[in-house]
Design a binder for this molecule. Structure first.
Ligand code: SF4
Ligand code: SF4
Length: 412
């Protein structure tokens, strides 16, 4: 602050205001953010405030009549009056010097000048726009962000009506399809790219409803034809966007709005469809399950899938907790995901050309109660139902285990 006072524009007056609330043991500075809105520029009746080419907003003291309008317009309290002079003042980053006085004076090098252009560049380099469109605690944005950041920008994204419509959220081309035809639409574009010699990746991103049920025929056909694309299914185990109806991947016993709890019904009576195994069994170049709880595993699989998609069909099945539909705490998505792996509810494996292998194996699987206890969608389940679910989980796991044995030379 002393450096600011001594910079010399007004005697004993800093361009930055200090706010102290001793009774709350709180002290901070309030300064101009050089913000892009620049309301102060618009309200000034004398044109004393202008933005320079480098983005810094400056105040010409000679033109200022001290009306105070800019003080009131600034939402950050970044402009202040100097009553003795009938003028206003604000931080102009010490426009008359190469380096602001506060930066020069800071003994710990804590302060530095950042080029706002570079910050914008950083944002523009992120394929996902800032801002959330999902329910509190939903991990879908993180799934999409990790995917896009790992895949790079030479991507055309295909999506269906769902929670995860990313048309105005991503900076890669987005193709909105129907739930029935996302795989066939991506196939058509992929074939055109092949014909014209373009390497651009066709990325289909769809939920379990489009993948396991409504568009399953098209997904299976694209896998069987070995179309060049990466298909990612984010599995939140029901049709969440339309009001939580059961899907093919809704687990046994789970409540949804179409598998109600009552004297007759006790949640879903059928087992979930094992979609990733079904797709892998098409013998596609690459298929895998993935989670956000095991991030390195996820990223490695995205990279492998990207490589495989240059030559044929690659598939990732991503476990995606839905706080709204699963009736779970909004801060537990990653914890639940980890427990899903530890209980073998969602085992992590990959299959290359139909050869399976686990990418993470738990030493001693935890009982399924440790997974279902987090979610109210399972809270009605009695002992018998829990045992059935446990049996289904164990059976599914041992089926994948048997598939991995095919890779063991001793069993061939
Ligand atoms: S106080 Fe000065 S700089 Fe602020 S609006 Fe009035 S004339 Fe413009
Ligand atoms: S309904 Fe579920 S999946 Fe959809 S945005 Fe909300 S939390 Fe995410």
């Amino acid at each position: 602050m002393d450096a600011c006072v001594n910079r010399g524009a007004f005697p004993k007056q800093a361009m930055i205001e200090r706010i102290s609330l001793p009774e709350r043991d709180f002290s901070t500075v309030s300064t101009c953010n050089q913000c892009s809105a620049g309301d102060c520029i618009d309200v000034c009746p004398t044109g004393a405030i202008v933005r320079k080419d480098d983005g810094v907003v400056t105040l010409d003291v000679a033109k200022c009549i001290g009306c105070g309008l800019c003080n009131m317009s600034c939402p950050y309290g970044g402009i202040m009056s100097v009553p003795t002079m009938h003028k206003s003042t604000k931080c102009d980053m010490c426009a008359h010097k190469d380096t602001p006085a506060c930066v020069e004076a800071c003994p710990q090098n804590t302060l530095s000048v950042k080029d706002t252009g570079k910050i914008f560049e950083q944002y523009n380099g992120d394929p996902y726009s800032p801002g959330l469109q999902f329910c509190a605690g939903c991990v879908m944005e993180l799934v999409a962000r990790v995917l896009l950041e790992t895949l790079g920008d030479d991507v055309v994204l295909f999506g269906t009506p769902s929670c995860c419509v990313l048309s105005d959220k991503v900076k890669v081309p987005y193709y909105g399809t129907l739930m029935t035809n996302i795989a066939s639409t991506a196939s058509g574009v992929s074939r055109y790219f092949k014909k014209t010699g373009r390497e651009t990746l066709c990325l289909a991103l769809a939920g379990d409803g489009a993948t396991a049920d409504i568009g399953f025929g098209a997904v299976s056909a694209a896998a069987e034809r070995n179309e060049r694309m990466l298909y990612v299914c984010y599995d939140n185990e029901a049709y969440m966007n339309t009001g939580i109806q059961r899907s093919g991947t809704t687990p046994f016993g789970s409540w949804t709005n179409t598998t109600q709890i009552g004297s007759v019904d006790h949640g879903k009576s059928r087992a979930a469809k094992d979609v990733p195994v079904l797709i892998a069994e098409h013998g596609v170049p690459y298929a895998a399950t993935a989670t956000l709880a095991y991030m390195e595993d996820f990223i490695e699989k995205i990279q492998k899938a990207k490589e495989a998609a240059k030559h044929g069909f690659a598939y990732l099945h991503v476990f995606t907790p839905c706080p709204t539909g699963w009736k779970m705490p909004t801060n537990k998505a990653i914890e639940i995901t980890r427990v899903a792996v530890e209980t073998n509810y969602f085992p992590l494996w990959e299959a290359q050309n139909g050869d399976f292998r686990f990418t993470h194996q738990v030493q001693e699987r935890a009982p399924i109660d440790t997974f279902i206890k987090y979610m109210k969608r399972f809270s009605h389940m009695d002992k018998e139902q829990v045992e059935i679910l446990q049996g289904l989980v164990d059976r599914r796991y041992s089926k994948v285990s048997r598939l991995t044995l095919n890779n063991d030379p001793e069993t061939l």
